[in-house]
Design a protein. Structure first.
Length: 64
């Protein structure tokens, strides 16, 4: 349970002990009220590397 909603988490694993352990911990977490998740506002940061430019001040974007 996350933020009051049941969430199914698919697992691609065949090891029975791992599945059993995850199931047991999920049961304990749910009994305690589940998890509360929060997030911050989106933040996008980009970086470009410009190479082989003789005069960077006079460089222009070429739209192909």
């Amino acid at each position: 349970m996350v933020n009051g909603r049941d969430v199914l988490v698919p697992m691609a694993i065949e090891e029975p002990s791992v599945v059993a352990g995850a199931s047991f911990m999920a049961k304990l977490a749910r009994a305690g009220g589940g998890f509360i998740a929060t997030t911050t506002e989106p933040l996008m940061i980009g970086q470009m590397q410009v190479i082989n430019v003789v005069n960077l001040d006079e460089a222009q974007i070429e739209i192909i």
